[in-house]
Design a protein around this ligand. Sequence first.
Ligand SMILES: [Zn+2]
Length: 128
Amino acid sequence: MEGKKKKSKGKKGGAPAAERQHMKMEELAVPQVQEPLFTCALCGKPIEYIAEAISEPDGSYSHFDCVMDKIRRQENVSENEKLSYIGHGCFAVFTTGEDGKLAIRTRIQYESKETFESAKKFVESTKQ
Ligand SMILES: [Zn+2]
């Protein structure tokens, strides 16, 4: 009865090699298109669609909804007011006048021009 020596293969259950699909990028010379997954700077959850994210001044990204929520609190948007994204990284609080017309109460430039431009390029690069 001899104790058999077990050949211990250090078989560590590693993750299978991810099948990487190499998409043909013909005219896209954007170097930072590697990880489309960002984490929201406000709620900490992953951002699945960068197109629905807003870039923060420090270069991180946040969910569009999280930013809306943040601004809503920050600007004390009341019930008869409306917060909307008006484009170019800019939000606005609309207030309804007595005549029922909406008027901009506050304009919030959330994304700087630089971060907006880079985010826009990024979004465009992910579109097919
Ligand atoms: Zn979020």
